[in-house]
Ligand binder design. Structure first.
Ligand SMILES: [Zn+2]
Length: 298
């Protein structure tokens, strides 16, 4: 449940923006005390009025959650999913030989969009911190998890809760190998094998695959395609509990950027997963970006 938003109609979406604009729609909006909402003027119809009331309640809940989790600002609300999906192509320099001719899945680090949104992706599955699941549920911030079975099998139920909250669960191989060192057949076992685990445990074969370490070759993409993978999202920035790292020289966020992080805790990091999410949301919100669902743009 939660923030899956397939059914929102355009009129409602416009209204949603209008309703949320006073408190949520600009960067720098401070966490306001409860009850600080602007009244809605002249609702056009009762259904829209009810919808607006629901949105205001959702925003108030999000503002309260932001305070509870120690955020300086309320995360911005993402625009409705694009009616026409962007055309995703492989980033320059990331192609393999015959990429287009063989119609291999695109490898990309940023989604081409004019929307001021970024996407949060979380890899592997080592840390299983219940506070992280609660935090994301309460803040209603979407994310996609790229799971590797050797870590996830310690507690499949933990990641099932994320799926129930609306997160996308995707393929990051069975054992997290450096794929280019493996034959095509062994790469296919790593990727197709994980598709089967995901279907058995979570009821769905993922469409998205991320190769461990971001390393792949032509055999990887051929195997991924044969296993039913349509897209290979990498990342343009990475966030840790104590810092950011960037692929680009400008060290900035761009519309449509995919952000990488990991399921890690104090054993690997100078902080917890909630610390990492606070660092992530602080920069994203301060720079005027909302977090959108990657799956809505693909
Ligand atoms: Zn990984």
């Amino acid at each position: 449940m939660g923030w899956s938003r397939g059914g929102a109609r355009a009129a409602l979406a416009v209204l949603a923006l209008a309703v949320l604009a006073p408190a949520c729609g600009r960067p720098g909006a401070e966490v306001a005390p409860a009850g600080g909402q602007q009244p809605l003027e002249a609702p056009p119809a009762r259904a829209l009025d009810a919808y607006a009331t629901k949105l205001r309640a959702a925003h108030a809940a999000r503002a309260a959650a932001a305070r509870r989790w120690g955020l300086r600002r309320v995360p911005l609300t993402a625009p409705p999913p694009p009616a026409r999906k962007p055309r995703i192509t492989t980033r320059d320099g990331f192609e393999v030989e015959g990429h287009r001719r063989l119609d291999l899945p695109p490898v990309f680090t940023t989604v081409p969009t004019g929307d001021r949104v970024v996407f949060l992706t979380i890899d592997d599955g080592a840390e299983k911190d219940p506070a992280f699941v609660r935090m994301m549920r309460e803040l209603r911030v979407p994310y996609s998890a790229f799971l590797s079975d050797y870590l996830v099998k310690e507690d499949y139920g933990y990641f099932g809760k994320m799926r129930d909250d609306g997160a996308g669960l995707h393929n990051h191989t069975l054992r997290h190998p450096y794929l280019p060192a493996l034959s095509h057949a062994r790469q296919k076992r790593e990727i197709c094998g994980m598709q089967e685990v995901m279907e058995k445990r979570y009821g769905k074969r993922p469409a998205l695959f991320r190769p461990p370490y971001g390393n792949y070759d032509k055999a990887t993409l051929r195997a991924a395609k044969a296993c039913g993978i349509t897209h290979v999202p990498l990342w343009n920035a990475e966030v840790f509990a104590d810092r950011w790292e960037y692929r680009e020289w400008d060290r900035a966020l761009h519309p449509g950027d995919i952000v990488l992080t990991h399921f890690r805790g104090r054993e690997d990091w100078k902080g917890t997963m909630p610390d990492m999410i606070r660092r992530f949301l602080h920069k994203v919100t301060a720079e005027g970006y909302a977090v959108a669902r990657l799956e809505d743009y693909l």
